[in-house]
Design a protein around this ligand. Sequence first.
Ligand code: NAP
Length: 261
Amino acid sequence: MTGSLEGKAVIVTGASSGIGRAIAVELGKAGAELWLVGRNQSELDATAQMIGDAGGPDAHTAPMDLRERGPLAALVEKVAGQHPHLFALINNAGVMYPEPILSGSVDRWQAMLDINVMAMLEGCKSAVEAMRAHAKPGHLINVGSVQARFEVPGVYGISKQAVEAIGVSLREELEQDDIRVCTIIPGGFETQLARGFRQEELAHVASSFESRGVAFGGDGAHRLVSDPQHIANIVRYVLEQPIDINFQEILIRPPVSTKAS
Ligand SMILES: NC(=O)c1ccc[n+]([C@@H]2O[C@H](COP(=O)([O-])OP(=O)(O)OC[C@H]3O[C@@H](n4cnc5c(N)ncnc54)[C@H](OP(=O)(O)O)[C@@H]3O)[C@@H](O)[C@H]2O)c1
C-alpha cells in the first residue's frame, strides 16, 4: 500500500485498547509499520488484525508491563536496529485511579507514576537516542489529560501535569534536532480507562453525567465522552506535517464537559 507514513516505524504504547488502539489503526492505515505495546497479548493481536483489515502493513506486538523499567527502552533499541527510520514514539499507555489522595494507596500512586510518567520518560530518552542515530525526522507524542488542569488534580492529575512538563522541557532540549514533541490533552473519551475505578468513583462519574441530564452510558453520552477516533485523526495530522512546526499541546474535549470529562 502507499501512504503518507509508508516506510516509517512507529511504536504505540497502550495499543491494546481505547485511544492507543485507535491511533495505531489510523497510523497503520497511513502506511506506518507499527509496534504495539501493552500487557494483553490477545488484545494486541486484535489491534494488529484491525490494522491488517484496514490495509496496513503487518504490525508487531510487544507485550510488556510498563511498571517495569527496561523493556520499553530495549524495544526502542530493537526497532531502531531493524528498521531504518524510527519515526514516532506514541507514549499513550496510562492508568487512572481518581481517588482523593488520602484514600489512595502506595500501590496505586506507584502504578500511576510508573506508567504515566516513568515509562514515558524512559521511552522518550531512548527514542531520542535512536532518532539521533538515524539522523532522520522524528516525533514524540505524549498523552496527558485535561485533569492536569483541574482545580483538584489528585495523583492522576499530578502525573499528567508531569506529562505536560516533560513535553515543555523536551521541546526546548530538542530545538537543534529534527524531533518534535507534542502533548495530546484529552477530555472524556470512551475507552476502558474506568476499569480500575472503585464503585464509588464510578458512581461519582455517573452522577456528574446525570447533573448534565445525561444517563451514564445512555443516549447522549457521546456528547460527554467522545470517540477515540478523533484523537487518532489528530495524531495522524501532526505526524503528516512538515518537521519545522511543533504542535506543543493539543487539548481535545467532547462538546459537553463535566468534572469527569
Ligand atoms: N479516556 C479518557 O477519557 C482519557 C482522558 C484523558 C486522558 N486519557 C489518557 O489516554 C491514555 C489512554 O487511555 P485510554 O483512555 O485509552 O484507556 P484504556 O482503554 O484503559 O487503555 C489504556 C492502555 O494502557 C495500557 N496499559 C495500562 N497499564 C499498563 C501496563 N502496566 N503496562 C503496559 N501497558 C499498560 C493498557 O494495556 P493492557 O491492559 O494490555 O496492559 C491499554 O492499552 C492514558 O494515558 C489516559 O490517561 C484518557
